[in-house]
Every structure is written in structure tokens, then in C-alpha cells.
Write a protein that binds this ligand. Structure first.
Ligand code: GCV
Length: 704
């Protein structure tokens, strides 16, 4: 296994990545060093830990690479100086006073400033800023030690950058140990027992912090009976995880069941307006904070897919969320209240109900009623993490509410970590989506509750099952820190950090990885459900094609293909009216089949197969062409990978794992192509203009 003797992959932190720092002389004022008393006061207890984390990281790097770390002044001829603005490195560091004068008090809890004079100087107002500053220098490598540059300030766009685990304590009979988990078991629990390995959780926290993540919800939002007890008698397990993650500036959150007062308490109700229920939650929160003083808060999935919620008591979601917020408020915690609320027992014959409309219908009318410490957590699209969806209209509809935007790193609908699908690309598009008034998804999340990703990590030695899926976690953290980053540049950072010198600027590994990954999301889209119509996956586990798998079910995910056409009419004129939930200009653009972007056409419109796309081709021919093109793309990806010999940080084990996954991706892509093309050929009767075999059938050759 590459990079770590303890049996798991180093991810983007192999010791080689530390060479630029580790070969140099670093000064970090220590507990007994310059300004120690001021520093300790500025840091507080938890903060002091973070400074020591920075010290431990640098110490390990210089031990490996032959540099030197000094903790006591004077700073002397250091190449790199990191210090808190309030304490400073002491006398004799050229440029420090100017730097401090310019930036002190402007950097916030996690920001930092960096400049290059005779030495590289990193200044932060708080210890977490020093940690993020260190990881910044790590990413920059030798470039941080080159020609002088002026002061550059870095502050995260999103205050909270959270990863939500869907880990169960017990093995769920259908969903397993980790719901929608494709990276082995849970990092925390195995078959009912708490099996977290402190060293591994620390390594995980380090990996998360190094890409910018600062919050983790440890358990599944579907809270089953055993998991409900994490709030009460099993809180010690959550506290242990919090203790191992704290040194990396990560706060722990917990998914709770709205029914907990009844199921783990002794009350007969969970009505949020009942004083006994309110008192129960207040006491529960008090006990949680006694165990975890810096606990982040609760995550709640209520009235959704069978989870209990306020509707059961005739209350609304503001009543429910505010009640929990009141319990947490005295301790500084927040409630992440999910907006993923819809009827999953819909009658497929009922054309008046539209699942895409549900979150807006439930939540937009409540705008302004939520407490400030409630964060309404909205999936980025209106349905459910499909490969391509429009942005959820809820994000533009609640200016009086703090919103967090939720993306799915775990690849439930994007190839389940058997397929390469780099998600930095769609996330970046989503974050940049804007509407009248100059707002964007990123600006709403930044002003509100930040960004949340469903975790793609697990007990797998590569953390993410598919080693290249690590890039998705990395990209998530980086985009949450700075949504304006170019996703290809972020991928490039990940390649450099993960594969080190073997991936030098012009080296073949870097070219191969870009060739495989840059366009992989669009490639996945090409061979799966067409033009934004979504689903068409096998029901239940959601892997592989089944065009009609959900068509006659209660889940509200339909494509309505018939002999004449396909797609969901969500217009105001003739359909469900969903387009009316959007602000301008999108309400107008999505309403018109001529203006609607091709890639979302079937999400918004039911059109005949002969409908001509903006690209100039017909819908049916686009379906055929894109499915052939998608498979060819995956076949080329596999060829590129096969031509790349393992070596250095690209270990034989990693190479073999990726090869095995690419074989499966080729097989699966061909299956998708053949089922989708055959299905639409049989429905429409329209042949392929290029006369290719549309069902992939290998017919016997009949002798003449
Ligand atoms: C945790 C989808 C998934 C479910 C998931 C749900 C959610 O429906 O298939 O596994 O449940 O989303 O986000 O709550």
C-alpha cells in the first residue's frame, strides 16, 4: 500500500508531499517560545491543541526530509515562519511587523495570510488559521519558497464545510453497514460494536482538514433504533470520535431521530410543542455537551422516507426545527434540518403530483420562521443527486433562512465508486449557478449554512474504494473553501499531492489522470439516462440500467417514454408547473423547450423523438450517439490506464485496483448503452442514422 505503513493509503498526504516543507528550516513559536502567554490566551484550550498539531506535522516532515523545526526564538535564518498575529515570532523576522499590521484582526477563525520576503511568513488570527496555512504551503510546495510575493489573504468562503456519514451502528438488513457506502465498512462501527481505530480516525481527520473540511456528522440521517441511542447511552462513542478529530479543527455532529423522546426516552409523544418534549431535548442536549463541549449540533431527516417528524403531530417543519434549536442554543450548537421531504408513496398515475416540487412546497412558505441557529439543508437538485439535475429552486426561495447546500460525494447515482466520475466539475457548475439579483448557489451557502457532502469514505484501504474517487472528497473540501476554484486545477492539486514527483508537470501519469478524469462526469452522463431525465437505474441498489425500473412505482421518478416521445412536462403551460418555482431568468428559460439547455431538456419537457435539440440533432439520434460516444470514451480511459506502468506513489496495488474498476466500468457502460439504445429503438421505431446495432445483439450469422 502506498504511503503509509499502517495499512491504509496516505491519500493526498504521503510523506513525499511534505518535501518542500520538510527540507527547510521552520520556525513556529512554541509553548515556551516567543509570546507564549499571549499565544496561549489567543488560542484557548482547543486552539492550543491545533498549534501543537501544526508543530507535530512539521516535526514529522523535517524528521523525514532533513530540515529543522525551531519552537523557541529568535527565529534566526528560518525559511518558513508560522505564527499567530497576537503573539508573533519575536524580533528579527524581516517583514513580520508589516504583515501583522496589515492583516491582524481580519483573518477570522480559520483564515491566514501568507507573504514571501527573506522567508515565507504565515500569519493567522487563530490556531485553525495556522493549520490551514500550513496545508496551503504544502499544496504550494517549492512555489511557496521561490521569488518574493506580496501579502495574500485566504479565508474560507463557507464557514461550515461538513461531511455527513451515512454510517449505521448495526448492519441494516437492506442498506448494510453504511447506507449507500461503496468504500468498505464504516470507519466507526462494525455490526453493532464501536470499532473505530483512534489512529485511523486521526488520519482521517487529517485528510479532511488538509482539504478544508471542518465538520463531520458521524451517523446516517436514517436513524434506526440502535443509532438513536448514540444521543443517550452511547454518546461516549461520539465523544471519542470528537476527541480524535478535534486536533484537526473538526467538530462532530450527530444525526438524531425526531421520535427520540418516545423511542429512547419514556415520553408518549414527540410533539415539538409539548413542554415535556421540549424539556426532554433540552436535557439531552445538556448531557451531550457535558460529554462533548465543542459538539457541533444535530442533523435531522424528518417526515422523509419513513423517518418521523413534526407532521405526525400536526406541526410544521419550523416548529420541529426551532424546538431542537432552542435545546442546542444555550450550548452554541446548530440544527441541520434537511429539506428532502416528499411523498414516496405517490400514485404513478397521478400526474398532478411532482416530486421535484415538494421541497419548495414544504419549505418556501416557512421562510423567515426558522431560528438563526437552524440551517435548512437542501439537496443541490430538486430530486435526488442525479447525474444531471437543475439547481433546486429552494436555494433561491428562502432569503430569510440560513441554507446549506448538500452534494453527494458517495457515488450512489454516479457509478458507485466502480466508475470514474470526477464530481468537482458538476459541483463547480452548481455553485456558480446564479439568478437575477446577482445571487449564486455559492453566495447563498456562504451567507447561510455552508456546504455539506455525503461522505464517500469508509474502511477501505484506499478510503474511497475507487482510489480515484479520493479526488471527489478533495475537490469537495477545496470548493467549499473557495467555490471559485477551477475544478480541473483542483484535480491537478490532488494529482500533485497524491502522486508526487511521478506526476511531474509533463509526466505521463499526470496527463493520463487528466485524460481519464477531467471529462469523466460528462462521460458518465453520456452512457446513462439521457438529457437530464434521470433515474433509469435498478431499483433499490441503484446500480446499472433498468429503464422502467421506477416507472410504475410510488417514488415519483418517471420518464414517461412512449412510442412518440419522452420526458417530464414540468411547464406551467401544460405540465406540473415546476418551472414556476424558479426566479427569472430561469423560470422563462426552463419553460421554453427552445431555450431550455439541451442537457436538461427531458427534465423539464416531454418532447417527440424527432424534436431537434439546440445542438441540431434530434433527441432520438442524440440518445444513440451519446451512448456510443460514452462507451468509446470509457474504452479509451481503460486503454490509457493500461498503458501507464505503476511506479513510485502509483503503487502496483493502486494500479491494479483502478484497472479492475475500469474493467467493470467498461462492462457496465456497454450494458447501459445497449439497454438504453434498444429500449428507445423499440419504443420509437426510429433507426440509427449511422445504422449501428442498437441492442448490442450478436445475431447468429445465417449461411446463405
Ligand atoms: C439516507 C436517497 C437515498 C437514500 C438516502 C436519501 C436521503 O433516497 O437513496 O439512501 O437516505 O436519499 O438523502 O435521505
Amino acid at each position: 500500500m502506498t504511503g503509509d505503513a499502517r495499512g491504509w493509503h496516505a491519500g493526498w498526504l504521503p510523506s513525499q508531499a511534505w518535501r518542500a516543507i520538510g527540507t527547510r528550516r521552520v520556525f513556529l513559536p512554541g509553548p515556551s517560545g516567543a509570546g507564549a502567554a499571549v499565544a496561549a490566551e489567543a488560542a484557548g484550550a482547543a486552539g492550543a491543541d491545533l498549534v501543537e498539531t501544526v508543530a507535530a506535522e512539521i516535526a514529522a516532515a523535517v524528521r523525514t526530509h532533513g530540515g529543522r523545526l525551531d519552537r523557541t526564538g529568535p527565529a534566526g535564518p528560518a525559511d518558513l515562519v508560522l505564527a499567530l498575529a497576537a503573539a508573533g515570532p519575536g524580533d528579527g523576522v524581516a517583514g513580520w511587523d508589516d504583515l501583522r499590521t496589515e492583516v491582524a484582526g481580519t483573518l477570522g477563525a480559520e483564515g491566514f495570510a501568507i507573504t514571501r520576503r527573506a522567508a515565507t511568513l504565515v500569519c493567522a488570527d487563530a490556531p485553525a488559521g495556522l493549520l490551514h496555512g500550513l496545508f496551503h504551503v504544502l499544496r504550494a510546495g517549492d512555489a511557496a519558497f521561490g521569488a518574493p510575493f506580496g501579502v495574500r489573504r485566504h479565508r474560507p468562503a463557507m464557514r461550515r464545510r461538513m461531511v455527513d456519514h451515512w454510517d449505521n451502528v448495526d448492519v441494516h438488513p437492506v442498506m448494510g453497514q453504511v447506507e449507500r457506502g461503496y468504500a468498505g465498512g464504516s470507519l466507526f462501527w462494525t455490526a453493532g460494536a464501536f470499532t473505530a481505530d483512534p489512529a485511523r480516525i486521526r488520519a482521517y481527520a487529517r485528510l479532511l482538514a488538509a482539504c478544508g473540511v471542518n465538520a463531520v456528522a458521524v451517523n446516517n440521517v436514517n436513524v434506526h433504533p440502535t443509532e438513536a441511542r448514540l444521543l443517550t447511552d452511547r454518546i461516549g462513542e461520539v465523544a471519542a470520535i470528537a476527541g480524535w478529530m478535534r486536533p484537526y479543527g473538526i467538530r462532530v455532529h450527530l444525526s438524531v431521530s425526531f421520535a427520540a423522546p418516545r423511542t429512547v426516552g419514556a415520553l408518549h409523544t414527540a410533539d415539538p410543542c409539548d413542554p415535556a418534549v421540549r424539556a426532554w431535548w433540552a436535557a439531552a442536549a445538556r448531557d451531550v455537551y457535558a460529554a462533548i463541549p465543542d459538539f457541533g449540533g444535530f442533523v435531522v431527516k424528518a417526515d422523509s422516507e419513513g423517518q418521523p417528524g413534526p407532521f405526525g403531530y400536526g406541526r410544521d417543519h419550523a416548529d420541529g426545527a426551532n424546538m431542537l434549536a432552542d435545546a442546542l442554543a444555550p450550548h452554541g450548537g446548530v440544527v441541520h434540518w434537511r429539506a428532502f421531504v416528499y411523498n414516496h408513496h405517490q400514485d404513478w398515475r397521478d400526474r398532478g403530483t411532482d416530486r421535484a416540487k415538494a421541497a419548495h412546497q414544504h419549505f418556501a412558505p416557512l421562510d423567515g420562521r426558522f431560528r438563526d441557529t437552524v440551517i435548512v439543508q437542501v439537496k443541490h437538485g430538486p430530486v435526488d443527486f442525479q447525474t444531471r439535475e437543475p439547481v433546486s429552486p429552494v436555494i433561491a426561495a428562502m432569503p430569510g433562512t440560513r441554507l446549506a447546500v448538500e452534494v453527494q460525494a458517495t457515488q450512489e447515482y454516479t457509478g458507485q465508486q466502480r466508475h470514474v466520475c470526477y464530481l468537482g466539475t458538476p459541483w463547480s457548475e452548481t455553485l456558480g449557478f446564479g439568478w437575477a439579483g446577482g445571487q449564486t448557489v455559492a453566495s447563498v451557502a456562504a451567507a447561510g449554512g455552508g456546504l455539506v457532502a455525503v461522505a464517500n469514505t469508509g474502511a477501505d484501504a484506499f478510503w474511497t474504494g475507487h482510489p480515484l474517487a479520493q479526488a471527489n472528497l478533495y475537490a469537495y473540501g477545496r470548493l467549499a473553501w473557495d467555490p471559485a476554484l477551477d475544478p480541473c486545477a483542483v484535480l491537478d492539486e490532488w494529482i500533485t499531492l497524491t502522486f508526487g514527483a511521478a506526476a511531474g508537470p509533463d509526466a505521463e501519469p499526470r496527463r493520463t489522470l487528466h485524460a481519464i478524469m477531467d471529462d469523466s462526469w460528462r462521460g458518465y452522463e453520456r452512457y446513462t439516462a439521457p438529457l437530464g431525465v434521470g433515474f433509469m437505474v435498478r431499483p433499490g441498489h441503484h446500480y446499472g440500467p433498468d429503464v422502467d425500473g421506477y416507472e410504475y412505482t410510488g417514488w415519483g421518478t418517471y420518464h414517461f417514454a412512449d412510442r412518440d416521445g419522452v420526458g417530464v412536462d414540468r411547464t406551467r403551460a401544460t405540465g406540473t408547473g415546476f418551472t414556476g418555482q424558479y426566479p427569472q431568468p430561469w423560470s422563462r428559460i426552463y419553460e421554453s423547450p427552445d431555450e431550455c439547455p439541451d442537457e436538461l431538456l427531458l427534465f423539464f419537457h416531454h418532447v417527440p423523438y424527432g424534436h431537434v435539440l439546440r445542438s441540431g440533432t434530434t433527441v432520438i439520434q442524440h440518445i444513440y450517439d451519446s451512448h456510443f460516444a460514452g462507451v468509446e470514451q470509457v474504452e479509451r480511459m481503460r486503454e490509457r490506464w493500461r498503458a501507464l506502468p505503476p511506479g513510485g506513489l502509483l503503487s502496483a496495488a493502486l494500479h491494479a485496483r483502478v484497472s479492475e474498476r475500469l474493467d467493470e466500468q467498461v462492462r457496465s457502460a456497454r450494458e447501459w448503452r445497449d439497454q438504453i439504445n434498444a429500449y428507445f429503438f423499440r419504443k420509437s421505431g426510429v433507426p440509427d442514422a449511422d445504422r449501428r446495432a442498437l441492442d448490442g445483439a450478436r445475431r447468429p450469422v445465417i449461411p446463405r
